[in-house]
Design a protein. Sequence first.
Length: 341
Amino acid sequence: MTAWDINPGGDNDIVISSRIRLARNILGKVMPTFMQEEQAKEVIQSIHEAILYSNSAIAHEFELIEMDKISSLERQVLVEKHLISPDLGKSKIGAVLIQQGEQVSIMINEEDHLRIQCILPGFQLNKVWEIANKIDDLLEETIPFSFHEKWGYLTACPTNIGTGMRASVMVHLPCLVLTGQINSVIQAIGKLGITIRGIYGEGTEFIGDLFQISNQITLGSSEKDIISNLHSVVKEILKRERQIRMNMKEYNPINLQDKIYRSYGILKYARILSSDECMKLLSYVRLGIDLGYIQDIDMDVINNLMTNIQTGMLQKNYNRRMDERERDYIRTQYIREKIEK
């Protein structure tokens, strides 16, 4: 279970979570791409100590995990829980500081020296910004960040220069996908400086009708402007998805119900399903819960399943490695146990 698939915030019929990520680099330090192992260790130590020896009440709430000291399965689990990026999961010089409750993580030596990330359930962009900004201020008390008066925070990728901020909202858009309107939405918001990515970020797949909507531009805008623009765009997308849901329920209820109940039936009675199949089926069940067709399952059960049926999480929960065939069998068993409670 992750920090964002329980205790939902606002608009939780569609919005899964809100995230702020701040990219920062340490003045005078070699960038991670060109680092030697010893230089990487120094950066990890300096960031860890900046948290550990601060006067903040949260100083001792963080656990340091170094990528070269954990298994590939443990790294995969961190990716699936959205605590680290897929790139950091492949790193031999990276690390992450994870706060108790898993709402805040600080990725170290990924593309930049550090990336502060905060994730909360529901539509809470201002709240996640407030938390991430406090962590940023705490670190900046003792760590000199690379900052230019004209260009702002200097980052490895030019698209992050400026605020260094990526704000994103993960949303569930099954009806935009069903009606084939999702592509026009992606094209339209691209003109507003907003992009849509897969659930694990740039370059990852769209699965389970889940999409990350985030800002593209970080230079020339303030953090508040970026958040305000993203908030407005997401609100329009929510409005459109809800309207399609209501139209389908009113004018095409039989086909809609068939999709939902067929998915529910497969999840209850199938014996072998891949994670991608399950995500699509869970997507329709989640829609059915929102529309009132399915009333004996809570939404947070589905949100939780969408994380826990992934390859790494499934093996972690059962405390053993599994081949693909066994995973696909155990996955269906796990889902049945949860939805039949």
